[in-house]
Design a protein around this ligand. Structure first.
Ligand code: SAH
Length: 198
């Protein structure tokens, strides 16, 4: 049967804590796979907020949702902005009440710019404040998932920065977990997950 992939394990951790009518955030909408998953999970009574700094990503996600979602959540708000502004994206009434926040870092495959410009990647300067904001948004028992991609230029530094952040979280405040295949190449993606205690 095999172990769950990193992405599936992230969804499993979320699934266990996010139910119909719940509230979730996709902090890196990308092509919208996790956004769609979150919308299905919360159902028509729920709320999903999402952001991405690339307008093409938001457009692609909107199309995916239009095709794959029979009934959207009561609140579905996808914005083209950076996740370090999460506090502005998610209304204050949800502070401390969000069930799950998902991050899928790195760059969006298939978005190579015609000019040959480097792909847009997530960077620690915005990722770290976004993670801190996400943790504040969570309810006790809520979960934050971060898929890390150490394989591309800058990805290793970002993964190290996120690990340092997670390692320093006080145990009374949260539990931090790593899910990683031990016998795959070191640059393979892996998961850090944080469950808020209080
Ligand atoms: N690496 C994954 C996909 C990651 S997509 C894979 O291989 O499947 C990461 C997304 O984060 C991209 O769409 C990118 O535009 C977005 N992103 C980059 N910086 C961001 C920021 N500061 N705020 C929100 N989204 C950001």
């Amino acid at each position: 049967m095999g172990f769950l992939s990193v992405l599936s394990f992230a969804q499993k951790l979320v699934e266990e804590r996010l139910h119909a009518g719940g509230t979730a955030v996709d902090a890196t909408v990308g092509n919208g796979v996790d956004t769609l998953f979150l919308c299905k999970r919360v159902g028509p009574r729920g709320a999903v907020y999402g952001c991405d700094i690339q307008p093409q990503a938001i457009e692609r996600a909107r199309r995916r949702l239009a095709e794959g979602l029979p009934e959207p959540p009561r609140t579905l708000d996808l914005q083209c902005r950076s996740h370090h502004e999460l506090r502005e994206l998610v209304p204050a009434e949800h502070a401390g009440r969000v069930d799950a926040v998902m991050f899928n870092l790195g760059y969006l495959p298939g978005y190579e710019d015609e000019s040959g410009a480097a792909p847009v990647i997530t960077v620690p300067a915005t990722t770290l404040p976004a993670l801190e904001a996400a943790l504040e948004l969570l309810r006790p028992g809520g979960v934050l998932t971060v898929v890390l991609y150490p394989g591309h230029d800058g990805g290793g530094e970002e993964a190290a920065a996120v690990e340092a952040w997670a390692s320093a979280l006080p145990q009374e405040r949260c539990q931090a977990l790593r899910y990683q295949f031990q016998n795959r190449r070191a640059s393979a993606p892996y998961l850090l997950a944080v469950e808020k205690r209080r």
